[in-house]
Design a protein around this ligand. Structure first.
Ligand code: SF4
Length: 536
């Protein structure tokens, strides 16, 4: 029996052709046959045909290497020894999507390098003729799908991530040959996308997202810095030393310790975190509140912008149709109130996630890929639904940050290190804590809600189709938001002390799962949906 595609041709490599073929050197027969069968099956499902040579090439492609070890020199590795020291301004970062590690991080890196260059001695700058950026590892493997080169170019010519006009990045996508003048000291030279180089995708790098930035004087390197985009938009560089900070008033490195401080001092989770923010950052409570309110406003604006976009297609080869506006409209017409609620929250998350996929501004919460989850919940709790006052949502965002801090501290926030459990899973966990805190639930309910949402994302892999943060990422944000609400509903309706699994145990399980997860499922687009979905 033949399985024809839409053009009437068989999508299978004929059995006799496959079985009688010599198995290529270096590949065992069983592996060759198995992989050929999987590729054929994927083609059947998609209704696409593949030639024998295409199937053979895919079936004999070398398997991806084992998950890369992170260098012990990275601060992101060393940091797990002391208490949580992250502050809100480091955590909630505004920048261009679609990926905190592949666009916001690289843009922060190249902007940092640009700023360093502006401070170089005049005689060094007098020899400058150009800038080069080399992308390695996962940045090289999937950077094209993320638009890493556009974000990197924007930063290196001096555009700031939090304020860059998304239309500038859209313009680079539609007209990639543009050239931009860069002025450093008395020298002005041109920079373009040709200066952003997709270098080795595999190698022994200190971090899967490694970059080097160079100031060139002809063929000579005048100044060079190696950087790492370590997840969630955080960046480090070779020799990185974390900035000097104050000591937290209530030091904690686990949820258990945080809850002990809160209970002993009769404080909420948000109040413990606020007290630490003041002590660590040196800022006043009013300044910190103003920052969190700004993040709230940006999230609301992102959802509104996403909902208002006309129906269209997201950038890239998937040709994924946008649907936030339509899902919202139809959900609002739903005659069943409860289904309307689920539909509306999903639409808000789709709106935020589609904005991310467009490369428009997002807030890392904790990453770009997961950036639809928290805005959906923030908007649904505020003017897009429940109408809670701003202070309640502020407290929720602060408690949510504590959940993100702990996941970063004891596991990871990067899909390239831990799969999607580290992105959507953590976002959903943060959102569940946000809802619980905003409703003034007890501290244990806040922690339990976060645990519940994270628990049911454990093991989730990162397999973006064609390297684009669209499939599965856009819809996955909607599921993350809805699961957050489910986590809150369960935690606030059960007897809190009866919960069998605590938050710290689940974070530990996430870290273990991340460590043992095959690198094919860590943002390399070499496994799962990324190889099962065939783009015609
Ligand atoms: S699959 Fe998940 S972790 Fe991977 S890019 Fe998409 S949202 Fe991020």
């Amino acid at each position: 029996m033949k399985f024809p595609n839409q053009k009437g041709k068989s999508v299978f490599l004929p059995a006799e052709e496959l079985l009688n073929k010599d198995v290529p050197a270096g590949v065992d027969r069983r592996t060759f046959l198995m992989r050929s069968a999987v590729i054929s099956s994927a083609a059947v499902i998609a209704g696409c045909s593949t030639t024998g040579n295409e199937q053979k090439a895919a079936a004999t492609a070398p398997p991806p290497p084992a998950a890369p070890n992170l260098s012990a020199d990275l601060n992101v590795v060393k940091k797990t020894k002391g208490p949580v020291m992250t502050v809100l301004e480091e955590f909630y970062k505004v920048g261009p999507g679609p990926s905190s590690s592949h666009t916001i991080g690289p843009m922060r890196i190249t902007y940092d390098f640009y700023q360093r260059c502006t401070k170089l001695p005049a005689d060094q700058l007098a020899k400058a003729t150009g800038l080069k950026v080399h992308l390695f590892g996962s940045l090289s493997a999937t950077g094209k799908g993320h638009g890493t080169e556009r974000a990197a170019l924007a930063g290196i010519i001096g555009k700031e991530p939090a304020t860059v006009d998304p239309l500038f990045l859209d313009g680079l996508a539609s007209n990639p040959k543009q050239v931009f003048p860069v002025k450093l000291g008395d020298k002005t030279f041109n920079a373009s996308l040709q200066d952003i180089i997709y270098d080795a995708p595999k190698g022994d790098f200190p971090h899967p997202n490694t970059m080097t930035c160079k100031l060139m004087g002809g063929d000579a390197v005048l100044y060079e810095q190696e950087y790492y985009s370590v997840g969630g938009g955080f960046i480090e560089w070779k020799g990185y030393e974390p900035p000097k900070k104050g000591q937290p008033k209530y030091p904690y490195s686990t949820m258990k310790e945080l809850l002990e401080h809160a209970d002993k001092n009769k404080l909420s989770v948000a109040q413990v975190v606020m007290a630490n923010e003041v002590a660590v950052s040196g800022k006043s409570e009013a300044e910190i509140s103003a920052f969190v309110d700004k993040i709230n406003n940006v999230m609301v604006a992102i959802v509104k912008s996403g909902l208002s976009m006309p129906p269209g297609v997201l950038p890239g080869p998937i040709k994924l149709k946008t649907k936030a506006g339509e899902v919202y409209k139809r959900a609002m017409e739903d005659r069943y109130e409860k289904e309307r609620g689920v539909g509306v929250v999903s639409a808000y998350a789709l709106a935020g996630s589609e904005e991310n996929a467009r490369g428009h501004l997002v807030v890392t919460a904790p990453t770009g890929g997961s950036a639809g989850v928290l805005p959906a919940v923030v908007y649904a709790l505020g003017e897009g639904g429940r109408g809670l006052p701003k202070e309640k949502i502020r407290n929720g965002l602060i408690a949510a940050a504590a959940v993100g801090y702990l996941c970063k501290h004891n596991a990871t926030l990067a899909g390239a290190e831990g799969g999607c459990q580290a992105e959507i899973g953590v976002a959903s966990s943060m959102a569940a804590a946000l809802i619980a805190q905003a409703h003034d639930q007890t501290n244990l309910v806040v922690a339990n809600a976060a645990e519940s949402a994270l628990e049911h994302h454990l093991g989730m892999t990162c397999d973006p189709v064609a390297g684009y943060v669209q499939v599965p990422c856009v819809e996955r944000c909607a599921f993350g938001a809805v699961k957050a609400w489910t986590g809150f509903m369960i935690a606030s309706n059960e007897i809190a002390v009866d919960r069998r699994v605590d938050f710290d145990t689940t974070v530990n399980a996430m870290a273990l799962t991340a460590k043992e997860m095959n690198s094919k499922y860590k943002e390399t687009s070499e496994g799962g949906l990324a190889v099962s979905v065939v783009l015609c």
